[in-house]
Design a protein around this ligand. Structure first.
Ligand code: FAD
Length: 372
């Protein structure tokens, strides 16, 4: 890289708070810090030419959990921890809507629907029976009534006749959301530098080494690198999980009106301006999809195309675009907020919940850093 003296000086000059990663967590954290203390100098570094992680590649569901996903989480982590996470998602979404006007991020209060396979008889029974208890929990934790409602499936005949509707969910355009967070950060005096990849963190020297061998000193450092964290901080239990996604061309009489969940959240689909977005399916090849390399595979593409055709027959011939994104997952669904030493804080492992939880995590990280 042919940096001038001016550029090198600009990039290397230390800030009081340096953040690696300009995804929803990095930008939300920077904004939350600036909102608490305008005097702090804050610098956000990202290897992409724009935010290049999951935050601009996701499906744009503003969701806090389908019934089967929540029951799964309760079984794995217990009721209290599961509901803590649901609450974080809810609070994160409220913060996001406060920060980014719903119209700007194309927020649609369309609700969410969980669909089931016709053969999922036992899951359907367990899920529908759990509705009263889950509704009580949602009322207690989130103060919302009738969160989950069993409804007949009137749109997608390939799926079971029972669905579960959640009127509190919705969809957004993730890039519009990120653009607005970017503008907000700039307006608060935050420096954001793209195209800077950090290869090494020398914690003893408070020093970052970039791919181009620039040396950046830090005072406080926050890692918001989510699914890419292993490359620079392998001791953190956050691992990459790739998701493949497609968008169709606009389709006449598109039957989708809500944010749709299927197969315990492993498959998601929605409408965007009469197109269908469908993604997920990494449970088909969990080992193969544990990678932070972007890419597509025949196996998962065929799987998604089959489901797409069952939603809208013939839609598999109407594909506009395929892409992939990298999430950060781990042994627990709980995000990691952890000091790695006196100066380095990590805010990672958002699973498939970052749109919802990202702004909440930003607030928590900001509180950690500004309360010192
Ligand atoms: C396909 C897909 C669909 C999803 N759908 C939804 C959804 O509908 N709803 C929902 O709530 N969540 C969804 N998620 C999850 C959500 O997008 C993520 O949880 C969230 O975006 C994570 O935000 P983040 O800021 O932590 O990470 P990211 O957005 O991944 O940002 C990390 C940033 O760090 C940068 N970076 C990484 N390493 C370095 C380095 N060494 N040096 C410099 N920069 C670096 C990257 O370039 C990137 O910009 C989805 C995820 C995927 C992949």
């Amino acid at each position: 890289m042919n940096y001038s003296f001016w550029e090198k000086y600009f990039i290397e000059s230390p800030a009081q708070v340096t953040i690696i990663g300009a995804g929803i967590v990095g930008l939300s954290t920077a904004i939350s810090i600036a909102e608490r203390n305008m005097d702090l100098t804050i610098k956000v570094l990202d290897r992409g030419h724009l935010s290049y992680g999951a935050s601009t590649k996701n499906a744009g569901f503003s969701c806090f959990g389908s019934v089967s996903e929540i029951l799964d989480d309760m079984q794995a982590n217990g009721e209290e921890m599961c509901m803590d996470i649901v609450k974080m998602r809810w609070q994160g979404l409220s913060k996001l809507k406060e920060r980014v006007h719903p119209e700007i991020m194309e927020y649609q209060a369309c609700g969410g629907i969980e669909f089931f396979k016709k053969t999922d008889v036992e899951t359907i029974e367990v899920c529908t029976q759990a509705i009263p208890h889950l509704n009580e929990l949602m009322e207690g934790y989130l103060s919302i009534k009738n969160c989950y409602q069993s409804k007949p499936n009137t749109t997608l005949s390939a799926f079971d006749s029972t669905t579960i509707f959640n009127p509190y969910e919705g969809t957004i355009n993730p890039v519009k959301m990120m653009q607005e967070l970017y503008k907000k950060a700039i307006s608060l005096g935050i420096t954001i530098i793209f195209g800077i990849e950090i290869n090494d963190i020398r914690m003893d020297d408070h020093l970052l080494i970039t791919k181009d061998n620039l040396h950046i000193n830090y005072q406080k450092l926050i890692l918001c690198t989510n699914g890419f964290t292993q490359r620079i901080m392998p001791e953190l239990a956050v691992f990459p999980a790739r998701n493949q996604v497609l968008m169709t061309l606009p389709l006449a009489n598109n039957p989708l009106a809500a944010a749709c969940h299927y197969d315990k959240g492993y498959i998601y689909f929605r409408q965007y301006k009469n197109r269908i977005l469908i993604g997920g399916g990494r449970n088909l090849d969990l080992d193969g999809e544990m990678t932070d390399n972007f890419g597509l595979t025949d196996k998962i593409q065929h799987y998604l195309l089959d489901i797409l055709d069952s939603i809208y027959p013939g839609a598999s011939t109407q594909i506009d675009h395929w892409w992939s994104g990298i999430m950060g997952v781990g042994p627990s669904k709980y995000p990691i907020i952890k000091w790695l030493d006196d100066s380095v804080l990590a805010g990672v492992r958002l699973g498939g919940m970052g749109v919802a939880i990202g702004s909440y995590l930003g607030e928590q990280l900001a509180e950690e850093v500004t309360n010192l």
